[in-house]
Design a protein. Structure first.
Length: 121
């Protein structure tokens, strides 16, 4: 399995079959005398920015930290909690509610969209 090709940018589905973002980075552990082992995936804007440029991700992390604790750190999901469905979706079997991958979306909805005309409940 070519992990980078088959896993990066795949849709992440939580245990309730809700879209939870896309796989932004993969984390490997290096083993002496053996191939690298997939340990976890990360989801979030900082993880995605890290793929583009490390300096940008550091700036984005500092900027997001000003708005809340859950926004600045990517959500790391251990590979043991993942289940691949048909090679298309990556299903996350976590039972956390609210889903931590929604932290940015919930913050945006509360602090930006709700203040727009017609954006309130």
């Amino acid at each position: 399995m070519d992990v980078l090709r088959d896993l990066l940018d795949k849709q992440l589905i939580d245990g309730r079959h809700r879209d939870s973002g896309r796989v932004d980075t993969v984390i490997f552990s290096l083993r002496e005398g053996g191939p690298p082992r997939l340990v976890a995936i990360e989801v979030g804007p900082v993880a995605l920015a890290r793929r583009i440029h490390r300096g940008w991700s550091a700036r984005l992390e500092r900027w997001l930290a000003r708005f809340g604790d859950g926004l600045a750190k990517p959500v790391r999901i251990p590979v043991e909690e993942l289940d691949w469905e048909n090679g298309i979706h990556v299903r996350w079997d976590a039972s956390a509610d609210p889903n931590p991958t929604f932290a940015w979306e919930l913050w945006w909805r509360r602090h930006v969209v709700a203040k727009l005309p017609g954006g309130g409940p």
